[in-house]
Design a protein around this ligand. Structure first.
Ligand SMILES: NC(=O)c1ccc[n+]([C@@H]2O[C@H](COP(=O)([O-])OP(=O)(O)OC[C@H]3O[C@@H](n4cnc5c(N)ncnc54)[C@H](OP(=O)(O)O)[C@@H]3O)[C@@H](O)[C@H]2O)c1
Length: 236
């Protein structure tokens, strides 16, 4: 997938990693960048086209797919973390909300845009996952479950979209310096570095990008004895 002349749609593009994606795509020569946000007025980056899109709202997704027939690159970036365990008072509420946004959001977006990508030569989907797709932290068990499910979604979409020539790239990363982990005291990657690695991986035709040391270490230790997923990670 070449970034030059691509037409990209980034969900949650008003801030955080999504904003960095929009900036990186413009710098990389994308022909058009649709910056989707729940509140399009919150998109202030010059050079992009703001789109109203809540990834949990089927009507918004259908309207976007009707309006944006030229998309060749879909970046499923929007995500939430409620910082919840499974067993707390609000665990079930949190896990449903996180699955709605982090799993069903990318799923419905991918279903809606797969035919459009096919018409535009195959194109690509980037799913923003996490190092926490592979391990579970007690302080955010429900979020981890949603990112594990989204990892499986990415692997399944890749299989199902191979025939139409759509590249599906899974991005795994530990903490990044965004609002989501504002209160976490741990080393964090810069979103622009994560974007640079992701766009390079797209151009190289890859299926997976591990954008920091934490994600690389966790993946490597899945097959350790004991597997890294059997003990809570120190910093992921
Ligand atoms: N930060 C980290 O350490 C980290 C690590 C690994 C993976 N990730 C993943 O990276 C992605 C980006 O997160 P971030 O770090 O940039 O977090 P962030 O700064 O909190 O930004 C989250 C973005 O998602 C949007 N969003 C949330 N719910 C949405 C919905 N229903 N429909 C559309 N947009 C929605 C937000 O829009 P509003 O402004 O409207 O709320 C915002 O633009 C997420 O998938 C996250 O899980 C983050």
């Amino acid at each position: 997938m070449k970034i030059q002349n691509s037409v990209a749609l980034v969900t949650g593009a008003n801030r955080g990693l999504g904003l960095a994606f929009a900036q990186g795509l413009l710098a990389g020569g994308a022909r058009k960048v649709y910056a989707a946000a729940r509140d399009p007025a919150s998109v202030t980056l010059p050079g992009v086209e703001a789109i109203k899109l809540d990834v949990t709202k089927a009507d918004d997704i259908e309207a976007a797919a009707r309006a944006l027939a030229d998309v060749s690159l879909l970046i499923n970036n929007a995500g939430i973390s409620r910082g919840s365990g499974f067993l707390g008072d609000d665990g079930l509420i949190a896990v449903r909300a996180e699955f709605d946004t982090n799993f069903f959001g990318p799923l419905q977006m991918s279903c809606a845009f797969a035919p459009i990508l096919a018409k535009n030569g195959g194109g690509a989907i980037v799913n923003v996952l996490s190092a926490l797709s592979w391990v579970n932290m007690p302080t955010s068990s429900t979020y981890c479950a949603s990112k594990s499910a989204a990892w499986s979604l990415s692997n399944g979409l890749r299989n199902e979209l191979r025939g139409q020539g759509t590249q599906v790239l899974a991005l795994h990363v530990g903490f990044m310096d965004t609002d989501m982990v504002r209160d976490v005291k741990a080393p964090k990657s810069k979103p622009e570095d994560v974007v640079a690695q992701t766009l390079a991986a797209l151009e190289a035709g890859k299926s997976e990008v591990l954008a920091d040391e934490v994600s690389r270490r966790i993946k490597q230790n899945l097959s350790a004895e004991p597997g890294v997923y059997l003990v809570p990670p120190v910093a992921a």
